[in-house]
Design a protein around this ligand. Sequence first.
Ligand SMILES: [Zn+2]
Length: 238
Amino acid sequence: MSLFQDLVIAYRVLADYGIIDAYGHISVRCPDNPNRFWMARSVAPELVTEADMMEFDMESEPVDARGRSPVNERYIHGEVYKARPEVMAVVHNHSPSVIPFCCSDTPLQPIFHMSAFIGLGVPNWEIREAREGSDMLVRDNYLGASLARRLGNHPAALMRGHGAVVVGESLQIAVGRSVYLEQNARMQFQAELLAGPGGKITFMDEKEVAANVVWQEYGRFWNLVRNKYIRKLEEESA
Ligand SMILES: [Zn+2]
């Protein structure tokens, strides 16, 4: 078991679940240096291998690029790590079912227990408030810091017209939250169709959210996907 192997698995899992497409990325903070993090070079997540991992400083600049290109939106990661010392992993995705919620007035709410963390609040970042006329990408530390401020102490933030940033105290939590954020968005949309305009939907309440989030670490989910993907990666390298 290694940090890089787990990071490769996180990329592959989120790609297979449709959470990240050719462009999403995942990082982990270095366990032995809180001012550094690791993330894959600019390559489609399904193709990521351990050799693609690059080290970054807190300004999101590569420590030793060796000719490899970092992803444009690496500033999301550095600025979140600066602002949130307890965060050990960051996911940036373009989770398709989540996008409608970042472009409308309908807030995401926790519709089932696996996504209770949504009840802790998922703010929506409006890039126009930081910079008018952008190409929507977080291409520098100024935009990264603006996004990190909007994220605040929450487990995730939406990015209007773009996607989301999801954080966790471990890689498995950030990956689990990303998977269940997408599922929650889909289920909530389905429930709203079923209920119709003005119809009633019962979401988890504050007490239920509080009782769930204290233990929910997505351990069984992570164990399942790790086992599957370790086998796949072994087959690839055979
Ligand atoms: Zn993006």
